[in-house]
Design a protein around this ligand. Structure first.
Ligand code: XMP
Length: 327
């Protein structure tokens, strides 16, 4: 297939009209490429794969099969939202795979961050490949590749490997309908396709998910503390207008306990660490100056609503020298 590149003079897609023109053109291109064959997509619920799903549903409907793997490391409400938006509202062919136990069992007792990342990445490919083998007649694999991915792989910054390292028996032709778009354009296109704002304008979220925020060996109870405290932080940032302003914000729960007192009794529980940073390119980052009343409210909610937590701390370290994630 000929290599499609972003034309040098292409106008930045910044309005609903430009987005619609792009969508119409891509729908025709996808129909032409795919014909009456079937397409498979790993739908994480992130911006890029969600926009690709919405576009392909418009273009080829039930010829598309989406596979959503819940690896247990997603944020609160994410798997439910994928099902609601794509299966219930857009009537997509969606296979939901509950792989929570599988991932958490594999991760049990593993504390090295890079080993955790490898396990999560490999297990994901394994689960997705198993689902793909159960399906007949799939010819194409759709991917949410975007223009910066292509540029970075050309410049050797990161390996953009299509088909995400699928085993050799699964060789598909690729469908990459947003590959000439920048991230901001993908969002405008997603909005024009009718995706909800909290899906289109969401903050960056690492592939290994909450796994790298549950420091050290992941346990289910501490992972739950990460998920619940993250949900509270997101709710409170949305309520005070910080959600649209801060680049990335989340919580971390390290594997340490300290003494506290709850209901008149001694307790020995985890701290929750808040992180809220602003950056242009994630190479360096500054700390958001969260108003004190907001910090106080978040602290109060976490201490009363999240099990196993008796302290809340705010990480004031810019990058460098602290990275954005703790692992
Ligand atoms: P650091 O921690 O390196 O993070 O300052 C910079 C940005 O990259 C994200 N990040 C990841 N994203 N897989 C991803 O897809 C990863 O393993 C990973 N580690 C960090 C991080 O959330 C931040 O936006």
């Amino acid at each position: 297939m000929e290599e499609i590149r972003r034309p040098d003079n292409m106008e930045r897609i910044s309005t609903p009209e430009l987005a619609q023109a792009f969508i119409d053109k891509e729908i025709a291109a996808v129909r032409e490429q795919v014909g009456d064959k079937k397409v498979l997509l790993a739908l994480s619920g992130g911006v890029d794969s969600s926009v690709v799903a919405a576009l392909l549903i418009k273009a080829i409907g039930k010829q598309l099969t989406c596979v959503h793997v819940n690896h247990g490391l997603l944020r609160k409400g994410e798997p439910e939202q994928v099902i609601e938006v794509f299966r219930n509202q857009m009537d997509a062919n969606l296979i939901y795979v509950d792989a929570v136990d599988r991932f958490l069992d594999k991760l049990a007792g593993v504390s090295d961050p890079e080993t955790k990342r490898k396990i999560i990445g490999n297990e994901f490919i394994e689960v997705f490949a198993e689902e793909a083998r159960k399906l007949d007649d799939i010819h194409f694999l759709a991917q949410g590749t975007i223009w910066p991915d292509i540029l970075e792989s050309e410049h050797g910054i990161k390996a953009h490997h299509n088909a995400g390292g699928l085993p050799d028996d699964l060789s598909f032709e690729l469908v990459e309908p947003v590959k000439i778009l920048f991230k901001d354009e993908v969002r405008v296109v997603g909005k024009a396709l009718g995706l909800p704002d909290n899906m289109v304008y969401r903050q960056p979220f690492p592939g290994p998910g909450l796994g790298v925020r549950c420091i050290g060996a992941i346990t289910r109870d501490r992972l739950e503390a990460v998920r619940e405290s993250d949900a509270i932080l997101r709710e409170e940032f949305a309520a005070c207008g910080l959600a649209g302003k801060v680049w990335q914000y989340f919580t971390i729960v390290p594997d340490i306990r300290s003494t506290g007192i709850k209901n008149g009794e001694r307790c020995f529980e985890w701290p929750v660490i808040l992180r809220a940073v602003n950056t242009i390119d994630a190479m360096s980052a500054e700390i958001e100056e969260i108003p004190y009343p907001v910090l106080k409210k978040i602290t109060n909610r976490i201490l009363t609503e999240v099990n196993g937590v008796n302290r809340v701390l705010y990480d004031l370290s810019p990058k460098p020298c602290g990275t954005i994630e703790w692992e």
